[in-house]
Design a protein around this ligand. Structure first.
Ligand SMILES: Nc1ncnc2c1ncn2[C@@H]1O[C@H](COP(=O)(O)OP(=O)(O)OP(=O)(O)O)[C@@H](O)[C@H]1O
Ligand SMILES: [Mg+2]
Length: 284
């Protein structure tokens, strides 16, 4: 199986880019995401306890830590699902702390979402057409004046093209008329990523994107992520598979009990005594 993955990776030079879906905007800050002293409590539990880090543009950073370390809560505070109790989240130079997820996504900071149960009966294509759109898609609904009709048709055609571009990029165009509920776990993850791309993001946050995905599809998903990164997109990934993180991220942030434990290269993190202890402690 690893042979397949390797030959795929080597022969992927011609994979289509997600044309017309933006990519990193030219004026993107060098460190688009800055998190400072972030805090979130649930009753007596401090899930995120003063976490600070910044993410460099065009990189893939791993966020790891034992169960309950606060990784998902950190993601939820960054993307507006939760209102943090303290600290700031800055994206492309703008303070987005406490904004709605929709407003944060409109600014290019996006997390993937599982396909909701009610969307499982719809086809892959319908799921894509219903996905939240970037700013260009949003304007479709405003263009209802008689004189703008041609323009609307033009924009709708553009949207359909973007949808097919994204489906092709993630190799799921052949599944367009398949019910989303019939997809395998891995195909579903590809659809989730394809949908996220339609929001025209600069940066993507992926929470366990490879959970339940078979090795062949995992290799393909990773290939797509690397390809997008080369195009200028920035990734922050939570994942329990240490080898995967160590082999694919240039930088790794480790959380433990709500706090940031270490932040460095895979080599630095791998040999960090505190990290080893945190993981061994978690398993004891
Ligand atoms: N909505 C919530 N209500 C109450 N407690 C919560 C809530 N969400 C998370 N917690 C608690 O906050 C802490 C951090 O949880 P979080 O889900 O962020 O950890 P995690 O690092 O993502 O863990 P895992 O690796 O298991 O996904 C845990 O103690 C968890 O029980
Ligand atoms: Mg989690």
């Amino acid at each position: 199986m690893s042979e397949t993955a390797e030959s795929d990776a080597a022969g992927d030079a011609e994979s289509p880019s997600v044309a017309g879906l933006g990519g990193g905007s030219p004026d993107m800050a060098e460190y688009p995401l800055q998190v400072e002293d972030l805090r979130k409590q649930f009753g007596g539990i401090t899930a995120v306890d003063g976490v600070s880090f910044e993410i460099e543009a065009g990189t893939m950073t791993g966020l790891i830590g034992p169960n309950g370390a606060g990784k998902s809560t950190t993601f939820n505070c960054i993307t507006g699902m939760y209102d943090p109790d303290g600290g700031t989240v800055t994206f492309n130079g703008e303070d987005v702390t406490g904004m709605d997820p929709h407003d944060i996504a409109q600014r290019g900071l996006v997390r993937t979402f599982q396909i909701a149960r009610e969307l499982s009966d719809m086809t892959v294509l319908e799921n894509m057409m219903l996905a939240p759109k970037g700013q260009r898609g949003e304007r479709l609904w405003q263009s209802v004046l008689p004189g703008t009709r041609d323009r609307v048709i033009e924009q709708e055609t553009e949207l359909v093209e973007q949808v097919w571009d994204a489906l092709e990029f993630f190799d799921i165009d052949h599944l367009a008329s398949e019910r989303a509920g019939n997809l395998s776990g891995g195909q579903r993850k590809l659809l989730e990523l394809a949908r996220a791309m339609l929001t025209d993001p600069d940066m993507l946050l992926l929470d366990e994107p490879f959970a339940g995905v078979n090795p062949t599809l995992e290799a393909r998903l990773l290939e797509h992520v690397h390809e997008l990164r080369k195009q200028g997109y920035t990734f922050l990934i939570v994942e329990h598979d240490m080898d995967l993180i160590m082999n694919n991220c240039e930088r790794v942030i480790v959380m433990h009990q709500g706090k940031l434990l270490t932040d460095g290269t895979p080599e630095e993190v791998r040999s960090d005594e505190e990290v080893i202890e945190a993981y061994l402690g978690g398993q004891a």
